[in-house]
Design a protein around this ligand. Structure first.
Ligand SMILES: Nc1nc2c(ncn2[C@@H]2O[C@H](COP(=O)(O)OP(=O)(O)OP(=O)(O)O)[C@@H](O)[C@H]2O)c(=O)[nH]1
Ligand SMILES: [Mg+2]
Ligand SMILES: [Zn+2]
Length: 861
């Protein structure tokens, strides 16, 4: 039976540590000398055994892999073997590659994740090179005259460097180069040489500084894959590019036939606590006079409206400030917008708590979700504050925001430095890169404007300030969007339909084909092609004017011309006091739904203990509420008949809305000391909605679940896994706990389970680009504060090969599988067949301890 290694009273490691081990680190982390010694010897003794002949998919005659070995030079044994065709040196510490020219038969060279600053010019001698990977280095310039020597180059990775241009002679590879990755560099424009690459099929340009894409690229190159998000694009606008290659091509087709029009549009999101004055500002700006809002008029969900001034179109998204709506916010807070953060000065106190509640909370959420946004803080209710007070509160808020920005910067710098200092930094390159990318992002916080919303002069001043900022190109590089005229014509026609059509005004839903017919009746649009209409609808969906979930099967033919309806529907389910709502469903509604009072009691029980609502219960609940709200007519369409799920269910699934119960079952039975126990740390904090979405996704893999506010219990093959969120300032983590398996064979299941949850978190992370996650396992010695940081988890490698891990602080030794996703080696004798699961979320392969979870909705296909 497996046990934690008993403490060694005076192992050499322990003594060395106590006496001040010269290798131990300033932060108290120790170092396992044995593993270090082992690593340094590896390349010299063992590289031969890693030389594979006639292996691998690509069939290289002689293939050498020397990854993660901290090499500072290429071993001479390697350079002497000029028969090598494929050399992989990724994750080392190489700066230069003297002598590489000798390997003149190389066809594939991988130098990813090293410390290369100067482009290794000897590469020009490798004339047979087909694949070259130099990603994740620090290269600034590639000299002329290298690529012209590489006429066979098919595949070139240069992402995550500091390039802003490419040498002209790259064009020499025009009849060979098929794959080019330039993401995460500093390109301001597409290099001309790229336009000559007549065989280019895949081009990646994420996170550069591009403003414009040349039409020629889409007309002349045989591109099959093209990625460009994270650029301040105006032509075509980001919302068009998000539609993928097909939509970009269609956009340029339209532009060719007609003169481009410049559109100045700003999505403006009003955020802040309830009763701050968001709606008052919104309405007063629009109606050009003070609009008094009564307390009963508190915003429900989101209200969307349009405001035009001086050639700019503002799309106002007025969010409800009440807590129960926060969990839907992440769906609607989108990048490239102006955020107006409204703070009630009457309510604001100059204390940390007040700041956190009224300002800090929002700033943090913006940081995580849309880290490049522009935020304009507005202080309201100043008519009930004295002048001095307004001045002090403004200064206080601005300086506390500045502190937050500084703190974030220094946290990032600290995390980066920690990884760089790590003795095994080559295992952390991906984490390092993500942090570096996050370092590039900054929230722009403009100077706070104090306003008395009861005085139109102040609203005018605010209007002037907003206009001044949106006209500033440095702040809003992509306010201007270049669009073919047809885009504007369709938009105007849709606005027209909404205004004219009495029936529509109720719920604003329209069938796609009906919409097409109605539009075709309009002047200018008689020849509107359905495909083009779909492209334009996609664009209008992305800018937030309409809602069209074409990727949801049930909804692909429904266009929501007034997006507010969705919010109204959501609010019937996403709300406080759902239990009371269930309990109060009227008997006649129950009867109409073929349910009994006893069923209602069962629904309440299932909901309280398991956070589950059956479809019947949901129907009754919605009927109850929609009838109360006088929206009978929407019911059938949204909820469907008793035999067929309506649109609502598809929406709930799509948005991963999770209902929360009020009690957690006692199933777990308390934490045990020997539990396997992992923490996923969040910096700056766990975003609103993250935990719930994690639950929803996790529950699609593991069916039985008990969910409460920040805790959830999953069961897989009878074994429980506890997930608990802790969101303290500066100490936010999600904890995963499983019982320690009784037998060695049991580790497979447990680690697969944990890895699934971690993969899902990583997948979700993509939606919060300003959020950092770090996985750690606390040391198993009681009282020892040390934690083992997980290295990068990628598809190809298991987390570690080591059998034993030594704690740098208490010096105790543990079998690796107690700490990291490693399965004891006996397993290879009787390897369990991998299981493959397909769920509503995606696919997961279990059984190898490297779980790969993939989302099923990939828009850009
Ligand atoms: N005296 C004074 N009252 C204000 C001011 N701004 C807003 N109010 C009042 O505060 C109340 C709430 O304003 P709203 O604009 O509805 O607040 P909100 O931020 O939209 O609130 P939610 O919709 O619940 O998120 C209304 O009664 C407004 O008249 C102000 O500057 N001075
Ligand atoms: Mg409001
Ligand atoms: Zn320890």
């Amino acid at each position: 039976m497996l046990q934690d290694t008993p403490p060694h009273s005076a192992t050499e490691r322990g003594r060395a540590f106590l006496q001040g081990d010269p290798f131990s680190h300033r932060d108290g982390r120790g170092l396992d000398c044995s593993s270090r010694a082992k690593c340094q010897q590896v390349p010299l003794n063992l590289w031969n055994s890693w030389t594979k002949k006639n292996q691998g998919q690509e069939d290289y005659r002689n293939e050498v892999t020397l990854s993660r070995l901290r090499l500072r030079v290429v071993p001479p044994e390697v350079l002497q073997n000029n028969g090598i065709e494929s050399l992989n040196l990724d994750r080392n510490k190489l700066k230069q590659l003297p002598g590489i020219a000798k390997l003149c038969n190389l066809r594939k060279l991988v130098l990813s994740k090293n410390d290369i600053i100067d482009f290794p010019e000897e590469i020009r001698s490798l004339v047979h090179l087909e694949k070259l990977e130099l990603n994740q280095n620090q290269i600034r310039v590639i000299p002329e005259g290298v690529f012209s020597c590489l006429p066979k180059l098919r595949h070139l990775r240069l992402n995550n460097n500091r390039l802003d241009r490419l040498p002209k002679d790259l064009a020499v590879c025009c009849s060979s180069l098929q794959y080019l990755n330039l993401s995460n560099n500093l390109f301001l424009a597409i290099p001309l040489a790229v336009l000559e690459l007549k065989c280019l099929q895949e081009l990646y340009l994420y996170n550069n500084k591009l403003r414009q894409l040349p039409m020629k690229m889409f007309k002349e190159l045989p591109l099959k894959m093209f990625k460009v998000s994270g650029n301040p694009l105006r032509e075509p606008p980001y919302e068009v590019c998000a539609g993928g290659l097909r939509q970009i091509t269609s956009y340029f087709d339209q532009l060719q036939n007609s003169r481009a029009e410049e559109d100045r549009r700003v999505k403006t999101m009003f955020l802040g606590m309830s009763l701050a004055g968001k709606s008052t500002i919104c309405k007063s700006l629009k109606q050009r006079q003070i609009v008094q809002m009564s307390e009963e008029e508190r915003t429900v969900g989101i209200e969307i409206s349009e405001f035009q001034i001086q050639g700019f179109t503002f799309l106002f998204w007025d969010f409800a400030g009440q807590l129960e709506y926060y969990m839907t916010h992440h769906m609607f807070i989108t990048p490239q917008a102006l955020v107006i953060l409204v703070i009630n000065f009457q309510q604001y106190q100059r204390s940390d708590d007040s700041f956190k509640e009224l300002v800090g909370f929002w700033i943090n959420n913006l940081f995580m979700r849309v880290p490049n946004s522009v935020v304009l803080p507005v202080g309201t209710h100043i008519d009930v504050c004295c002048e001095q007070e307004v001045k002090e509160k403004k200064e206080d808020i601005m300086s506390k925001i500045q502190d937050m920005l500084d703190e974030r910067k220094s946290t990032l710098a600290h995390l980066i430095a920690n990884l760089e200092d790590n003795e095994e930094s080559e295992f952390f390159v991906d984490q390092w890169n993500r942090l570096k990318e996050m370092e590039q992002c900054t929230l722009t916080v403009l100077d706070l404007v104090p306003v008395n919303c009861m005085d139109y002069e102040d609203i005018r001043t605010l209007e002037g300030t907003i206009l001044k900022h949106v006209k500033n190109e440095a702040v809003f590089p992509n306010v201007i969007q270049v669009l073919p005229p047809i885009y504007k014509q369709v938009e105007a026609a849709i606005v027209n339909i909404v205004q004219k059509n009495e029936e529509l005004a109720e719920h604003g839903m329209m069938d796609l084909s009906l919409l097409h017919r109605e539009l075709s009746c309009q002047f200018h649009l008689t020849h509107l092609d359905v495909e083009l209409l779909r492209d334009i609808l996609r664009y209008l969906h992305r800018i937030g004017l309409i809602v069209w979930y074409e990727e949801v099967k049930q909804l692909e033919s429904t266009v929501f011309l007034c997006p507010d309806i969705l919010i109204t529907i959501f609010k019937t389910l996403v709300r406080y006091g759902l239990t009371q709502q269930l309990e109060s469903i009227a008997v006649d509604i129950l009867i109409a739904e073929h349910a009994t009072i006893r069923d209602r009691a069962n629904w309440v029980w299932a909901f309280k203990s398991k956070a589950m609502l059956c479809q019947k219960a949901m129907r009754a609940l919605l009927k109850h509420q929609l009838y109360l709200d006088g929206m009978r007519d929407v019911f059938e369409e949204m909820v469907g008949s008793r035999s067929q799920k309506g649109k609502l269910f598809s929406l709930l699934e799509h948005f991963e809305i999770c209902l929360e119960s009020e009690e957690v079952s006692k199933m777990w039975g308390g934490d045990h000391k020997e539990d396997l126990h992992i923490r996923v740390y969040f910096s700056p904090e766990i975003p609103e909605g993250f935990f719930k979405r994690l639950m929803v996704k996790a529950c699609s893999f593991f069916s039985t679940h008990w969910v409460a506010k920040a805790i959830c219990l999953l069961i897989c093959s009878g074994k429980p896994l506890l997930i608990k969120a802790n969101n303290q300032k500066g100490y936010s983590y999600i904890e995963l706990r499983c019982r320690k398996p009784a037998e060695r064979a049991g580790f497979q299941l447990v680690w697969d389970f944990v890895m699934t949850i971690i993969s899902i978190s990583n997948k979700l992370l993509e939606e919060w680009p300003g959020l950092h996650l770090c996985v750690k396992t606390p040391c198993r010695t009681a009282g020892c504060p040390a934690e083992f940081v997980w290295p990068d988890v990628d598809d190809k490698s298991t987390v570690t090969k080591e059998e034993i891990k030594t704690c740098g602080t208490c010096a105790f030794r543990f079998e690796t599988e107690l700490l990291l996703p490693k399965v004891p080696s006996e397993r290879s004798l009787a390897q369990a067949p991998a299981q493959y699961y397909v769920t509503s979320y995606g696919n997961a392969t279990f059984g190898s301890s490297t779980v790969h979870v993939e989302s099923q909705n990939i828009l850009d296909k």
